[in-house]
Write a protein that binds this ligand. Sequence first.
Ligand code: THU
Length: 142
Amino acid sequence: MDSDKQTIMLNLAKEAFANAYVPFSNYRVGACVEADGKLYTGCNIENASYGLSNCAERTAIFKAVSEGARTITAVAVASPNAGSMPYPCGACRQVVNEFAEPDTPIWITDCESVLETTLAKLLPHSFKLRRADVGRANPGNA
Ligand code: THU
């Protein structure tokens, strides 16, 4: 059942933030994605060169895709840094979008309450590159 899956995935996301490498922000995030029927977790990994930091969601997704998975069917995100809900950043929403459908559930917790949303709600009118559009002649360049 979906509520069982939600609990399991949020608990795994909470476990995952224990491994967050956050010497700069001290803001821990954990994520769990269901991809091709399996669960993959990730944490945020920061870097002294700040722009090289990787979010928890993308760590989990890249683990899944690098293991051969291609379809994300649920996403869970958790952070113990109370004060605000750890909504996925714009970059992570776009990366989820690459492998998920608009109605894919996204569950978020600040370790106090749980918020249930979907990819379409977080990323409306999303950009997807259709195969048919790739390499299409650009009349402007003729
Ligand atoms: N962070 C995530 O892990 N996921 C997000 O969706 C937003 C931000 C991390 C990146 C950085 O390590 C810390 O949170 C503060 O921005």
